[in-house]
Design a protein around this ligand. Structure first.
Ligand code: GLN
Length: 486
């Protein structure tokens, strides 16, 4: 079997059984990158030498009998806004074109300690702001199912790499849907964990009260294995409130029999493509056939979620981006003659259009005359969204929802109608407003043969339930095993 076809756990199992060496696994992924990345643009940088050196040392530890983890020896690809020591971390931005972090993000530390091997950094929208990976200075990532379509965003590189087999597993970040939406567009599986379960130390802040990191892989078991490693408390991130790493032991046993699933009726109305609606309803039937009960209900606050999200995301984004002043780190304009010019020219020359738009909007909604009218109002809406989910989760084990209203956009399309693209975040951003966990997994295909995804939204720290449901679905239906033609 081609290593590109194997799940990360399968690669790990073969390495453990000495049917495969760490070096072979790394070389296979490097080969896949060589073969596909010219067409896809999923990677910003590849650390060939470092990965081969790491493969050698992990192999030595395994040969010495050290127990690492089921993913030991498996190459992992990392979104470019997550710091890997001494390796460029650009966040897709000109501002950070030459930035090399001097430390590892906590998640990278943990993945390495578990024996995983960082192999390359993945393309993304500038600072995670976008939905198509077209705002990256490195150019867009193409969808491996159809090279005229976007891979989604902002973790478009992660999704395209996993779908094409040029990543065995990828780590992305999700502020408003950025691992779920590209996963849906590219037909891969992911989990966005509960806010506060994975340390954000070493993740470049986009909107800090929404930002989370999560794994993207070929199936939900790969994602669970990676999330188990990534999660846990960290004294360097005070918002990481989890007591201990997730222990998913036994979590895949028992199926969905006896579970009650909420299906928001108002998520299925106008604006949702026919293909997506059909795929979601079919998935509901599949869950029913496995013994779950599906109940329709109305999810309140839907129409306010996107505006509230973007007000808060711009406010927090403008504050985070104020760190880039041309002095402390990042790009500095060579033409600046005075301190004021250092600020103005550096920021004008190095921020892209989307970042500038958000800095202006964010500064506006935080300014004294408008703070109550916009920012505070958005926080109130956020509170109501939290309450709406709490109420729904009192009745339902999880909520079944689309990820996106339609399939992947054509390249360039989003630039013509940005408002439509913001509105297309309607199913993903409520989850970030409430800090909840959600898995996204393929559940069908549209009339163009492109993947369609669904989302299972769990209770706070209810990861085991949605993992079990996703796994039950993947044991029964095999959409996740469809491979793209690339
Ligand atoms: N599409 C959303 C945005 O542009 C979400 C991005 C994300 O999750 N990083 O902000």
């Amino acid at each position: 079997m081609d290593i590109r076809e194997m799940t990360a756990l399968e690669i790990g199992r073969r390495i453990k059984n000495k049917e495969l060496s760490c070096e072979e696994a790394v070389s296979a992924v490097l080969g896949a990158i060589d073969a596909t990345d010219g067409k896809l643009g999923a990677y910003i940088s590849v650390q060939k030498e470092e990965a081969l050196a790491a493969a050698y040392s992990v192999q030595k530890r395994l040969d010495a009998g050290e127990e690492l983890s089921p993913l030991a020896g498996v190459p992992v690809s990392i979104k470019d806004n997550i710091c890997v020591k001494d390796v460029p971390a650009t966040a897709g931005a000109k501002m950070l074109e030459n930035f090399r972090p001097v430390y590892n993000a906590t998640v990278v530390e943990k993945l390495e300690a578990a024996g995983m091997i960082p192999i390359g950094k993945l393309n993304m929208d500038e600072f995670g702001m976008g939905s198509t990976t077209e705002s990256s200075i490195f150019g867009p990532t193409k969808n491996p199912w159809n090279l005229e379509r976007v891979a989604g965003g902002s973790s478009g590189g992660c999704a395209a790499a996993v779908a094409s087999g040029s990543a065995a597993l990828a780590i992305g970040s999700d502020t408003g849907g950025s691992i779920r939406q590209p996963s849906a567009f590219c037909g891969v599986t992911c989990i966005k964990p509960t806010y506060g379960s994975v340390s954000r130390y070493g993740l470049m802040g986009s909107a800090s009260s929404f930002d989370t990191m999560g794994p993207m892989g070929k199936d939900i078991r790969d994602c669970a294995a990676a999330l188990k490693i990534m999660s846990g408390p960290d004294r360097r991130d005070s918002t990481c409130v989890i007591d201990a790493p997730f222990d998913f032991n036994g979590c895949f046993e028992g199926g969905v029999g006896g579970m009650t699933i909420g299906l928001p009726e108002n998520y299925l109305g106008d604006g949702l493509s026919v293909d997506t609606r059909e795929a979601i309803l079919n998935a509901a039937k599949t869950f029913e056939s496995m013994g779950a009960r599906v109940e329709r209900f109305t999810m309140p606050m839907v129409e306010y979620a996107v505006p509230a999200f973007y007000i808060i995301a711009c406010a927090e984004g403008s504050s985070n981006l104020s760190a880039f002043d041309g002095i402390k780190y990042g790009y500095r304009s060579p033409d600046a003659q005075s301190l004021a010019e250092v600020y103005v020219k550096s920021r004008s020359e190095a921020f892209g259009f989307e970042a500038k738009k958000r800095i202006m909007l964010g500064s506006f909604v935080l300014s004294s005359g408008y703070y109550d009218a916009y920012y505070n109002k958005a926080l109130q809406v956020r509170g109501l969204v939290v309450d709406a989910f709490k109420k729904a989760h009192e009745k339902y084990d999880f909520i079944l929802s689309p990820v996106t209203p339609s399939g992947p956009y054509r390249l360039g399309e989003s630039l013509k109608d940005p408002q439509r693209i913001y509105l297309a975040d309607v199913y993903t951003v409520p989850v970030n407003l409430a800090g909840l966990p959600a898995v996204a997994l393929p559940c069908g295909q549209d009339s163009d043969g492109l993947p369609v995804g669904m989302q299972l939204i769990g209770r706070r720290f209810g990861e085991p339930t949605i993992l079990r449901a996703a796994d039950a679905f993947q044991q029964k239906a095999n959409y996740h095993t469809r491979r793209c033609p690339l």
